[in-house]
Design a binder for this molecule. Structure first.
Ligand code: HEM
Length: 505
């Protein structure tokens, strides 16, 4: 009897066990979700935003990686402008909608603060803008204008222009001389690296050294987001090594610049930084200069290459837009020869660059909530990550037919061009807005002018590539294009700074 009893208990157990594990499996996400519901700030009556926290530990990371921008679009449709999720090991609140974005961006230092991964902070170093917050950030950005204001002032940008134009022109000439198709994303990465070191930092290096440093820089970039473990072969270790090589190369140049500091004429960002510091009786250490230099390349390089690639893609897709830019350039060229003053800039080209809205390089910005605050009727609990969205203009009500590439939507007579500046923030906003915005715009305009003035281009593949959004927007497997020079002589268009800095993006 006893034996029989045991047998039946085992039987019963073997029947119940699978059911129990299924129940447990089903309840895991609920327990996980409950765990996060419990972290809501009880002093605030508002609910947490809608949304799913996914599976324990991994959250919705895999869906996010596989679905790309559709991840956010589908969840936004389901849960609204402010929804919660769990990505890369952290609870995250994704924010869309002009008013909500305004609150996040304008709340820097009070409601939120920028949050970069630890590996990024270690690799870039403590003396950088992206890695400083609160008072230190305010001081560093403003510090008597020593880095941002002067390096990116109108006077400074104007002085960079001749070298910028020369560099872009000679790179395009190389693209035209290529017997095979050019991979535009690789080519623009090389171009923006050259701009960063040649124009911004004024480093005069031979070709071999540029190629070497570009590789070192790629190694730094690819390890910026890695586990914060500094052991041989780890991502962080490789990133630090790359940074050391870059710093060593820059140190020599900086020393030379310090010795020639009496020169009146400024030609690059280093010159502006050093002379402004001198004027204000401040000292910038060599370490600070090296870190600033690497930070500027980091911030300028991939973002501008991404935008330049998207620009070529849109020009390929829209020959009618190319024609209108060409007409605008011809008109300006004529006026330039007759009377220069009073020109208001290349408005249509401005609109074309602005309409890169469809493919903004950066998808959004990460912040951490410094205190619990209200957003769109929900509570954002202290300590949670917040990501404001840049890439969701497809769903913004202000834009008509938002899926179309239509530069005319930004014509100054159109309502869309006068929409809230927080409806579309490709360069962020508030105290953390992009310091290189005007430089990026000038690079993109110069590239358009040089392309249209010097060559024609055709897609070398049967289909247009699929675009990937992480870490910046770029074509999967590149964008392959044949460039053909229009004429052997000098290009028709003469660049003038005033025409480039017309309307703002
Ligand atoms: C098309 C090209 C570019 C795009 C789309 C872009 C976009 C952005 C965005 C969205 C931010 C704000 C990030 C946030 O809110 O957390 C930012 C910040 C920044 N950008 Fe750019 N950027 C571009 C080019 C450049 C260039 C050319 C430079 C420098 C030469 C630059 C330097 C910086 C720096 C230093 C910051 C950090 C500012 C701070 O934290 O105070 N960017 N950029």
């Amino acid at each position: 009897m006893e034996f029989k009893g045991l047998e039946s208990r085992e039987d019963a157990l073997s029947k119940v066990a699978p059911q129990a594990s299924i129940c447990l499996l089903i309840s895991f996400p609920h327990l996980w979700s409950l765990r996060w519901s419990l972290t809501r700030d009880r002093r605030c009556e508002l609910p947490l935003p809608e949304g799913s926290m996914g599976w324990p530990l991994v959250g919705e990371t895999f869906q996010w990686l596989f679905q790309g921008s559709n991840f956010h679009i589908s969840r936004r449709k389901r849960h609204g402008n402010v929804f919660k999720t769990h990505l890369l090991g952290k609870p995250l609140i994704r924010v869309t909608g002009a008013e909500n974005i305004r609150k996040v961006l304008m709340g820097e230092h009070t409601l939120v603060c920028t949050q970069w991964p630890q590996s990024t902070r270690i690799i870039l170093g403590p003396n950088t803008l992206v890695n400083s917050s609160g008072e230190l950030h305010k001081r560093r950005r403003k510090v008597a204008g020593r880095t941002c204001v002067t390096v990116f002032s109108r006077r400074a940008l104007e002085s960079y222009l001749p070298r910028l134009q020369h560099l872009i022109r000679s790179e395009i000439a190389k693209w035209c001389a290529e017997p095979a198709a050019v991979d535009v994303y690789s080519a623009t990465r090389s171009l923006t690296f050259r701009i960063a070191i040649g124009v911004l930092l004024g480093l005069r290096l031979d070709e071999e050294r540029i190629i070497y440093l570009a590789q070192v820089f790629e190694q730094l970039m690819s390890n910026l987001f890695s586990l914060p473990v500094d052991i041989p072969l780890s991502g962080l270790h490789k990133g630090i090594k790359a940074r050391e090589i870059l710093h060593a190369n820059m140190e020599k140049i900086i020393q030379e610049k310090l010795e020639q500091q009496n020169q009146e004429e400024h030609q690059d960002a280093f010159d502006y930084m050093l002379s402004t510091a001198k004027e204000q009786g401040q000292q910038i250490s060599i370490q600070e200069l090296k870190e600033t230099a690497v930070e500027l390349i980091f911030a300028a390089h991939s973002t501008t290459a991404s935008a330049a690639t998207s620009l070529v893609l849109q020009l390929l897709l829209h020959p009618e837009v190319v024609e209108r830019v060409r007409l605008e350039l011809e008109g300006h060229n004529l006026v330039l020869q007759l009377r220069w003053s009073g020109l208001t800039g290349l408005c249509y080209l401005d609109q074309v660059i602005r309409e890169l809205r469809l493919l903004p390089p950066v998808s959004g910005g990460y912040r951490t909530a410094l205190q619990t605050f209200e957003l769109d009727g929900y509570q954002i609990p202290k300590g949670w990550s917040v990501m404001y969205s840049i890439r969701d203009t497809e769903t913004a009500e202000i834009f008509q037919n938002p899926e179309l590439f239509d530069p005319d939507r930004f014509d100054q007579d159109q309502l869309e061009s006068r929409s809230s500046r927080f409806s579309y923030v490709p360069f962020g906003g508030g105290v953390r807005s992009c310091v290189g915005k005007e430089l990026a715009q000038i690079i993109l305009k110069t590239l358009s002018i040089e392309l249209i003035g010097t060559c024609t281009w055709t897609l070398a593949t049967e289909n247009f590539p699929r675009m990937q959004t992480v870490p910046v927007v770029h074509p999967v497997n590149g964008l392959h294009v044949n460039f053909i020079a229009l004429h052997d002589g000098e290009p028709q268009v003469t660049l003038r700074f005033e025409a480039l800095v017309g309307a703002a993006l």
